[in-house]
Design a protein around this ligand. Structure first.
Ligand code: AMP
Ligand code: MG
Length: 342
């Protein structure tokens, strides 16, 4: 299952891949890429680059991933998001009705974008479904399928409308979050990899890197062009766990391609498959007739948010929604495996 390796698989992946440099300059003067791979953000991350002078900048990536995981991980004790959710739980236990919390700049930026697109997608993307994600626990081994009564109770304490971010540059600490229902658990799993990819891109550009491919567990961002001046080639993966085949490939420069798919994280219980992209209307895995959605956009965070939201909306509602976004390219793969390009 892609992105959901077991512990021995993770260890093996680490041993096989950690900081692996696969090749240097190839024959006939043709430049072969360098690839560094590691396990981070609960997935396999790889960075491909072509110029050995970029190695120093690329070497900083594991430390930067660690930094961002320390902000956005919902499950890592001590991360900023973990602490925000812990404060909310305490406030809910005390019976408080709203809570105001300080945020880092990164958390403020990510939450601002998440809330902007939650509104734009009419809640198809909703960063407040954390209590459901906790229960289903798609990346762990103990899963709970919530009953209808549990889903109704939990959904009554979800909803992006209950979150508000503010930036008051005149105050000593400008960035804050106000939560009007502290029983909420915030989950940025639907956009954090995209946000982090954008930040890594900025950091690499600042270090003078002119060409690289960042792949954060299938969330791909390409920076610049290849040394020969041509675009990189990326593809829409066949929507099957573990498959490395592509349904289609296309050229990409200075942009990101992000896939959300039901095959990426799931478990089976009593013959029913439960996958990780949740319908905020029902609290169940979204059943929208799709196996995957790939979004190509300049901003990886936007591509990440929209791939999740479009998966929830389905092809028809998604296609209508996309009329407002002519610059964004989308590949839907339906339940029959057919590829539909928008
Ligand atoms: P992605 O793989 O980017 O589509 O993100 C899926 C992850 O986002 C899940 O594992 C959850 O952590 C979270 N998530 C699930 N459903 C939603 C949703 N409707 N809106 C926002 N985040 C979601
Ligand atoms: Mg996403």
């Amino acid at each position: 299952m892609k992105n959901a390796l077991t512990v021995p698989q993770k260890t093996l992946t680490l041993l096989l891949c950690l900081f692996m440099t696969v090749s240097v300059l190839g024959g006939c003067g043709r430049r072969e890429p360098f690839v560094r791979t590691l396990f981070a953000l609960d997935t396999v991350v790889s960075v491909t680059y072509y110029d050995s002078r970029d190695a120093e900048a690329i070497a900083k990536i594991p430390e930067r991933l660690e930094y961002y995981e320390g902000i956005f991980s919902r499950t890592r004790k001590g991360s900023e998001l973990y602490e925000i959710n812990a404060r909310l739980a305490e406030a809910a236990a005390e019976g408080l009705t709203d809570v105001r919390l300080p945020l880092s700049l990164e958390m403020y930026q990510a939450l601002s974008l998440a809330l902007e697109y939650a509104r734009l997608t009419d809640g198809a993307f909703d960063p407040t479904l954390g209590r459901l994600s906790e229960l289903y626990n798609f990346s762990g081994s103990q899963h709970t399928v919530p009953s209808e009564a549990q889903r109704t109770e939990i959904l009554s304490h979800c909803g992006y409308e209950n979150l508000r971010v503010e930036n008051a540059p005149s105050s000593a600490w400008p960035w804050h979050l106000t939560v009007e229902d502290p029983a909420i658990v915030i989950d940025l799993g639907g956009m954090a990899k995209g946000y982090i990819a954008d930040r890594l891109k900025e950091e690499l550009l600042a270090e003078g890197v002119t060409g690289a491919i960042l792949n954060l567990g299938g969330n791909v961002l390409v920076l610049g062009k290849k040394p020969d001046g041509g675009p990189y080639t990326v593809g829409v993966a066949k929507p099957e766990a573990g498959s490395s085949d592509y349904l289609i490939t296309f050229p990409l420069s200075d942009a990101s391609a992000v896939t959300s798919g039901s095959y990426q994280r799931f478990f089976e219980e009593n013959g029913v498959i439960y996958h990780h992209i949740l319908d905020p209307g029902t609290g169940l895995p979204a059943q929208s007739g799709l196996k995957s959605v790939t979004v190509v956009a300049e901003c990886s965070a936007v591509a990440d948010i929209l791939s999740t939201a479009l998966f929830v909306m389905g092809k028809d509602a998604g296609t209508a929604f996309l009329e407002g976004f002519p610059e964004i390219e989308v590949y839907f793969v339906d339940e029959q495996g057919a590829l539909i390009r928008d």
